[in-house]
Design a protein around this ligand. Structure first.
Ligand code: NDP
Length: 327
Protein backbone atom coordinates (compact mmCIF):
# COMPACT_ATOMS: atom_id res chain seq x y z
CA UNK A 1 0.00 0.00 0.00
CA UNK A 2 1.48 3.33 -1.02
CA UNK A 3 0.54 6.85 0.08
CA UNK A 4 1.34 10.31 -1.29
CA UNK A 5 3.92 12.57 0.31
CA UNK A 6 6.17 15.49 -0.46
CA UNK A 7 9.83 14.57 0.01
CA UNK A 8 12.64 17.11 0.28
CA UNK A 9 16.11 16.02 -0.83
CA UNK A 10 19.43 17.84 -0.83
CA UNK A 11 21.99 17.85 -3.62
CA UNK A 12 25.02 19.93 -2.64
CA UNK A 13 23.51 23.20 -1.38
CA UNK A 14 20.30 22.82 -3.39
CA UNK A 15 17.04 21.48 -1.97
CA UNK A 16 14.31 19.97 -4.13
CA UNK A 17 10.85 18.89 -3.07
CA UNK A 18 8.89 16.32 -5.08
CA UNK A 19 5.53 14.58 -4.82
CA UNK A 20 6.30 10.85 -4.33
CA UNK A 21 4.68 7.56 -3.33
CA UNK A 22 5.91 6.16 -0.02
CA UNK A 23 5.12 2.94 1.85
CA UNK A 24 4.75 2.32 5.59
CA UNK A 25 8.34 1.06 5.67
CA UNK A 26 9.46 4.62 4.81
CA UNK A 27 7.87 5.98 8.00
CA UNK A 28 10.05 6.77 11.00
CA UNK A 29 9.84 5.40 14.55
CA UNK A 30 6.88 6.20 16.74
CA UNK A 31 4.14 4.59 18.82
CA UNK A 32 1.21 6.18 16.96
CA UNK A 33 0.35 6.06 13.25
CA UNK A 34 -1.97 8.81 12.02
CA UNK A 35 -4.04 8.98 8.82
CA UNK A 36 -3.37 12.63 8.03
CA UNK A 37 -6.25 14.82 6.82
CA UNK A 38 -4.61 18.24 6.70
CA UNK A 39 -1.32 20.04 7.17
CA UNK A 40 -0.54 23.76 6.67
CA UNK A 41 2.03 26.19 5.29
CA UNK A 42 3.61 28.34 8.02
CA UNK A 43 6.50 30.79 7.62
CA UNK A 44 8.83 28.12 9.04
CA UNK A 45 7.61 25.70 6.33
CA UNK A 46 8.60 28.34 3.80
CA UNK A 47 12.09 28.44 5.28
CA UNK A 48 12.27 24.62 5.41
CA UNK A 49 11.09 23.85 1.87
CA UNK A 50 13.12 26.61 0.20
CA UNK A 51 16.18 25.96 2.39
CA UNK A 52 16.31 29.67 3.33
CA UNK A 53 17.18 28.51 6.86
CA UNK A 54 18.44 25.01 7.71
CA UNK A 55 15.19 23.83 9.35
CA UNK A 56 15.46 20.30 7.89
CA UNK A 57 18.38 18.53 9.51
CA UNK A 58 18.22 15.10 7.88
CA UNK A 59 17.57 14.24 4.21
CA UNK A 60 15.47 13.10 2.49
CA UNK A 61 12.60 14.23 4.76
CA UNK A 62 8.86 14.84 4.52
CA UNK A 63 8.48 18.53 5.46
CA UNK A 64 5.45 20.11 7.18
CA UNK A 65 5.74 21.30 10.80
CA UNK A 66 2.18 20.35 11.71
CA UNK A 67 -0.58 17.88 10.94
CA UNK A 68 -4.07 16.84 12.00
CA UNK A 69 -5.76 13.50 11.41
CA UNK A 70 -7.10 10.29 12.93
CA UNK A 71 -5.19 7.63 14.86
CA UNK A 72 -4.89 4.39 12.85
CA UNK A 73 -2.55 2.38 15.11
CA UNK A 74 -1.42 3.14 18.67
CA UNK A 75 0.59 1.51 21.42
CA UNK A 76 0.66 4.79 23.38
CA UNK A 77 -1.45 4.66 26.56
CA UNK A 78 -3.14 8.04 25.91
CA UNK A 79 -4.31 7.38 22.33
CA UNK A 80 -6.59 4.81 20.73
CA UNK A 81 -7.69 4.04 17.17
CA UNK A 82 -10.15 6.67 15.94
CA UNK A 83 -8.91 9.55 18.14
CA UNK A 84 -8.67 12.85 16.28
CA UNK A 85 -5.30 14.43 16.97
CA UNK A 86 -3.11 17.41 16.17
CA UNK A 87 0.70 17.68 16.25
CA UNK A 88 2.90 20.69 15.78
CA UNK A 89 6.54 21.45 16.33
CA UNK A 90 8.79 18.98 18.18
CA UNK A 91 10.95 17.20 15.56
CA UNK A 92 8.47 17.46 12.68
CA UNK A 93 10.19 18.68 9.50
CA UNK A 94 13.48 18.95 11.40
CA UNK A 95 14.59 15.40 12.21
CA UNK A 96 11.29 13.53 11.75
CA UNK A 97 8.92 13.19 8.78
CA UNK A 98 6.31 15.97 8.96
CA UNK A 99 2.77 16.68 7.86
CA UNK A 100 2.97 16.81 4.04
CA UNK A 101 1.98 13.15 3.67
CA UNK A 102 -1.15 11.04 3.86
CA UNK A 103 0.34 9.07 6.75
CA UNK A 104 2.59 9.86 9.70
CA UNK A 105 4.16 7.73 12.43
CA UNK A 106 5.35 9.68 15.45
CA UNK A 107 5.62 9.72 19.23
CA UNK A 108 2.28 9.96 21.02
CA UNK A 109 4.00 12.41 23.39
CA UNK A 110 3.88 14.92 20.51
CA UNK A 111 0.11 14.62 20.04
CA UNK A 112 -2.80 16.57 21.47
CA UNK A 113 -6.36 15.20 21.29
CA UNK A 114 -8.67 17.55 19.43
CA UNK A 115 -11.61 19.06 21.21
CA UNK A 116 -15.07 17.94 19.95
CA UNK A 117 -15.76 21.44 18.65
CA UNK A 118 -12.76 21.54 16.28
CA UNK A 119 -12.54 19.56 13.03
CA UNK A 120 -9.14 18.43 11.73
CA UNK A 121 -9.50 21.16 9.11
CA UNK A 122 -10.15 23.80 11.82
CA UNK A 123 -7.08 22.51 13.67
CA UNK A 124 -4.88 23.12 10.65
CA UNK A 125 -6.54 26.44 9.83
CA UNK A 126 -5.26 27.33 13.31
CA UNK A 127 -1.99 25.40 12.84
CA UNK A 128 1.31 26.37 14.38
CA UNK A 129 0.71 30.05 13.57
CA UNK A 130 -2.68 30.19 15.31
CA UNK A 131 -1.49 28.16 18.27
CA UNK A 132 1.47 30.57 18.57
CA UNK A 133 -1.00 33.47 18.53
CA UNK A 134 -2.79 31.78 21.46
CA UNK A 135 0.50 31.27 23.33
CA UNK A 136 1.08 35.01 22.86
CA UNK A 137 -2.37 35.91 24.21
CA UNK A 138 -1.73 33.65 27.22
CA UNK A 139 1.55 35.53 27.83
CA UNK A 140 -0.28 38.88 27.78
CA UNK A 141 -2.82 37.52 30.26
CA UNK A 142 -0.02 36.11 32.43
CA UNK A 143 1.48 39.61 32.51
CA UNK A 144 -1.82 41.05 33.77
CA UNK A 145 -2.85 42.73 30.51
CA UNK A 146 -6.63 42.76 30.65
CA UNK A 147 -8.79 44.61 28.07
CA UNK A 148 -9.24 47.61 30.41
CA UNK A 149 -5.46 48.24 30.44
CA UNK A 150 -5.49 49.69 26.91
CA UNK A 151 -4.96 48.86 23.23
CA UNK A 152 -3.03 45.84 21.95
CA UNK A 153 -0.85 46.18 18.85
CA UNK A 154 -0.52 43.21 16.47
CA UNK A 155 2.32 43.41 13.93
CA UNK A 156 2.47 41.30 10.75
CA UNK A 157 -1.31 41.64 10.83
CA UNK A 158 -2.10 39.94 7.51
CA UNK A 159 0.08 36.94 8.35
CA UNK A 160 -0.96 33.70 10.04
CA UNK A 161 0.04 34.63 13.59
CA UNK A 162 -1.25 38.18 13.12
CA UNK A 163 -4.65 37.25 11.65
CA UNK A 164 -5.46 34.71 14.36
CA UNK A 165 -4.14 37.04 17.09
CA UNK A 166 -6.51 39.80 15.93
CA UNK A 167 -9.49 37.42 15.88
CA UNK A 168 -8.65 36.04 19.33
CA UNK A 169 -7.97 39.40 21.01
CA UNK A 170 -11.04 41.13 19.63
CA UNK A 171 -13.19 38.17 20.69
CA UNK A 172 -11.80 38.51 24.21
CA UNK A 173 -12.77 42.19 24.34
CA UNK A 174 -9.43 43.88 23.61
CA UNK A 175 -9.21 46.93 21.33
CA UNK A 176 -6.77 45.87 18.62
CA UNK A 177 -4.44 48.02 16.49
CA UNK A 178 -3.21 46.13 13.42
CA UNK A 179 0.13 47.04 11.84
CA UNK A 180 0.50 46.01 8.20
CA UNK A 181 2.38 46.68 4.98
CA UNK A 182 -0.84 45.91 3.09
CA UNK A 183 -3.15 48.83 3.89
CA UNK A 184 -5.33 47.75 0.95
CA UNK A 185 -6.38 44.83 3.20
CA UNK A 186 -7.83 47.15 5.85
CA UNK A 187 -11.37 45.81 5.32
CA UNK A 188 -10.16 42.22 5.92
CA UNK A 189 -8.34 43.27 9.10
CA UNK A 190 -11.41 45.14 10.36
CA UNK A 191 -13.60 42.07 9.68
CA UNK A 192 -11.22 40.04 11.84
CA UNK A 193 -11.70 42.56 14.64
CA UNK A 194 -9.07 45.31 14.26
CA UNK A 195 -10.37 48.67 15.54
CA UNK A 196 -7.50 50.60 13.92
CA UNK A 197 -5.05 49.79 11.12
CA UNK A 198 -1.61 51.44 10.88
CA UNK A 199 1.13 51.38 8.24
CA UNK A 200 4.02 49.13 9.26
CA UNK A 201 6.45 51.64 7.74
CA UNK A 202 5.78 53.88 10.75
CA UNK A 203 7.47 51.22 12.92
CA UNK A 204 10.09 49.63 10.67
CA UNK A 205 12.88 52.28 10.69
CA UNK A 206 15.26 53.13 13.57
CA UNK A 207 13.42 55.26 16.17
CA UNK A 208 13.81 56.84 19.63
CA UNK A 209 14.62 54.43 22.50
CA UNK A 210 11.47 55.60 24.33
CA UNK A 211 8.61 57.53 22.77
CA UNK A 212 4.98 58.47 23.50
CA UNK A 213 3.06 55.60 25.14
CA UNK A 214 0.58 54.06 22.70
CA UNK A 215 -0.35 50.45 23.63
CA UNK A 216 -0.66 48.37 26.80
CA UNK A 217 0.61 45.29 25.03
CA UNK A 218 1.72 43.92 21.69
CA UNK A 219 2.01 40.64 19.81
CA UNK A 220 5.02 40.90 17.51
CA UNK A 221 5.94 38.42 14.77
CA UNK A 222 8.28 40.80 12.94
CA UNK A 223 11.34 41.51 15.16
CA UNK A 224 14.15 43.95 14.24
CA UNK A 225 13.48 47.74 14.29
CA UNK A 226 9.74 47.08 14.46
CA UNK A 227 10.06 45.29 17.79
CA UNK A 228 12.43 47.97 19.10
CA UNK A 229 9.88 50.69 18.23
CA UNK A 230 7.02 48.63 19.66
CA UNK A 231 8.89 48.40 22.98
CA UNK A 232 9.65 52.13 22.91
CA UNK A 233 5.93 52.97 22.55
CA UNK A 234 4.53 50.50 25.10
CA UNK A 235 2.75 51.93 28.16
CA UNK A 236 4.11 51.71 31.70
CA UNK A 237 4.07 48.05 32.94
CA UNK A 238 3.02 46.82 29.49
CA UNK A 239 3.81 43.40 27.99
CA UNK A 240 5.18 42.69 24.50
CA UNK A 241 5.44 39.15 23.12
CA UNK A 242 8.06 38.19 20.55
CA UNK A 243 7.63 35.11 18.37
CA UNK A 244 8.93 35.99 14.93
CA UNK A 245 11.51 37.50 12.62
CA UNK A 246 9.66 38.46 9.41
CA UNK A 247 11.59 41.76 9.27
CA UNK A 248 14.79 40.41 10.84
CA UNK A 249 16.28 38.44 13.69
CA UNK A 250 18.09 41.50 15.15
CA UNK A 251 16.74 43.58 18.01
CA UNK A 252 18.38 47.04 17.86
CA UNK A 253 16.88 48.34 21.12
CA UNK A 254 18.03 49.83 24.44
CA UNK A 255 17.18 48.81 27.99
CA UNK A 256 15.32 52.10 28.56
CA UNK A 257 11.77 50.75 28.06
CA UNK A 258 12.55 48.05 30.65
CA UNK A 259 14.16 50.24 33.30
CA UNK A 260 12.04 53.38 32.82
CA UNK A 261 8.66 51.87 31.99
CA UNK A 262 8.84 48.43 33.59
CA UNK A 263 7.99 46.80 30.24
CA UNK A 264 8.08 42.98 29.99
CA UNK A 265 9.33 41.30 26.82
CA UNK A 266 7.93 37.76 26.74
CA UNK A 267 9.51 35.18 24.44
CA UNK A 268 7.22 32.71 22.67
CA UNK A 269 8.38 29.29 21.46
CA UNK A 270 5.87 26.89 19.98
CA UNK A 271 8.22 24.05 19.00
CA UNK A 272 9.24 22.70 22.41
CA UNK A 273 6.39 24.09 24.49
CA UNK A 274 5.57 21.61 27.28
CA UNK A 275 2.45 19.48 26.97
CA UNK A 276 0.60 21.32 29.77
CA UNK A 277 1.01 24.61 27.89
CA UNK A 278 -0.12 23.02 24.61
CA UNK A 279 -3.23 21.53 26.24
CA UNK A 280 -4.14 24.92 27.70
CA UNK A 281 -3.56 26.70 24.37
CA UNK A 282 -5.62 24.21 22.34
CA UNK A 283 -8.46 24.23 24.85
CA UNK A 284 -8.51 28.05 24.87
CA UNK A 285 -8.49 28.06 21.03
CA UNK A 286 -11.52 25.74 21.05
CA UNK A 287 -13.27 28.10 23.49
CA UNK A 288 -12.22 31.56 22.33
CA UNK A 289 -11.66 31.51 18.57
CA UNK A 290 -14.56 32.48 16.31
CA UNK A 291 -14.54 29.71 13.68
CA UNK A 292 -16.35 31.91 11.14
CA UNK A 293 -13.50 34.44 11.37
CA UNK A 294 -10.98 31.59 11.13
CA UNK A 295 -12.65 30.34 7.93
CA UNK A 296 -12.33 33.85 6.46
CA UNK A 297 -8.55 33.74 6.92
CA UNK A 298 -8.14 30.29 5.35
CA UNK A 299 -7.17 29.14 1.84
CA UNK A 300 -7.03 25.41 0.99
CA UNK A 301 -4.39 23.97 -1.37
CA UNK A 302 -3.15 20.50 -2.36
CA UNK A 303 0.26 18.91 -1.75
CA UNK A 304 1.56 19.83 -5.21
CA UNK A 305 1.02 23.56 -4.54
CA UNK A 306 3.11 23.63 -1.35
CA UNK A 307 6.52 24.51 -2.91
CA UNK A 308 5.01 27.57 -4.67
CA UNK A 309 3.26 28.81 -1.51
CA UNK A 310 6.48 28.22 0.47
CA UNK A 311 8.19 30.81 -1.77
CA UNK A 312 5.24 33.23 -1.54
CA UNK A 313 5.04 33.18 2.26
CA UNK A 314 8.69 34.25 2.57
CA UNK A 315 7.95 37.12 0.21
CA UNK A 316 5.12 38.28 2.53
CA UNK A 317 2.51 37.61 -0.18
CA UNK A 318 0.34 35.09 1.68
CA UNK A 319 -2.67 36.31 3.64
CA UNK A 320 -3.98 34.52 6.74
CA UNK A 321 -3.65 30.77 6.92
CA UNK A 322 -3.00 28.18 4.19
CA UNK A 323 -4.38 24.69 4.85
CA UNK A 324 -2.97 21.73 2.88
CA UNK A 325 -5.50 19.00 2.05
CA UNK A 326 -3.09 16.06 1.73
CA UNK A 327 -5.72 13.78 0.22
P1 NDP B 1 3.31 34.95 7.70
O1 NDP B 1 4.21 35.06 6.54
O2 NDP B 1 1.96 34.38 7.52
O3 NDP B 1 3.17 36.40 8.38
C1 NDP B 1 4.21 37.30 8.50
C2 NDP B 1 3.69 38.71 8.24
O4 NDP B 1 4.70 39.64 8.62
C3 NDP B 1 3.39 38.99 6.78
O5 NDP B 1 2.13 38.56 6.38
C4 NDP B 1 3.51 40.52 6.75
O6 NDP B 1 2.30 41.07 7.25
C5 NDP B 1 4.61 40.79 7.78
N1 NDP B 1 5.92 40.96 7.13
C6 NDP B 1 6.48 40.20 6.16
N2 NDP B 1 7.69 40.68 5.81
C7 NDP B 1 7.90 41.77 6.59
C8 NDP B 1 8.95 42.73 6.68
N3 NDP B 1 10.04 42.64 5.93
N4 NDP B 1 8.83 43.72 7.57
C9 NDP B 1 7.74 43.83 8.36
N5 NDP B 1 6.68 42.96 8.30
C10 NDP B 1 6.77 41.95 7.43
O7 NDP B 1 4.10 34.12 8.80
P2 NDP B 1 3.54 33.43 10.15
O8 NDP B 1 2.42 34.22 10.68
O9 NDP B 1 3.40 31.97 9.91
O10 NDP B 1 4.82 33.62 11.10
C11 NDP B 1 5.19 34.95 11.48
C12 NDP B 1 6.54 34.91 12.16
O11 NDP B 1 6.45 34.22 13.39
C13 NDP B 1 7.63 34.23 11.34
O12 NDP B 1 8.86 34.90 11.54
C14 NDP B 1 7.70 32.85 11.95
O13 NDP B 1 8.95 32.24 11.79
C15 NDP B 1 7.41 33.16 13.41
N6 NDP B 1 6.83 32.05 14.16
C16 NDP B 1 7.49 31.64 15.28
C17 NDP B 1 6.99 30.65 16.06
C18 NDP B 1 7.69 30.31 17.32
O14 NDP B 1 7.55 29.19 17.83
N7 NDP B 1 8.43 31.24 17.90
C19 NDP B 1 5.80 29.89 15.67
C20 NDP B 1 5.12 30.45 14.50
C21 NDP B 1 5.64 31.48 13.77
P3 NDP B 1 1.68 42.42 6.59
O15 NDP B 1 1.62 42.18 5.12
O16 NDP B 1 0.35 42.56 7.24
O17 NDP B 1 2.64 43.53 6.96
Amino acid sequence: MTFKALLTSKDGDTLSTKLVDLTESDLMDGDVTVAVDYSTVNYKDGMAVTGRLPVIQTFPLVPGIDLAGTVEVSSHPDFKVGDRVVANGWGLSQTHHGGYAQKARLSGDWLVKLSESLSTKDAMAIGTAGYTAMLSVLALEHGGITPDKGDILVTGANGGVGSVAIALLSGLGYRVIASTGRLEETAYLRELGAAEVIDRNTLSEPGAPVAAERWAGAIDSVGSHTLANVLAQTKYRGVVTSCGLAQGRDLPATVLPFILRNITLAGIDSVNAPQTVRLEAWSRLARDLDLAKLARTTTVIGLAQVPGVAESILGGHVQGRTVVDVN
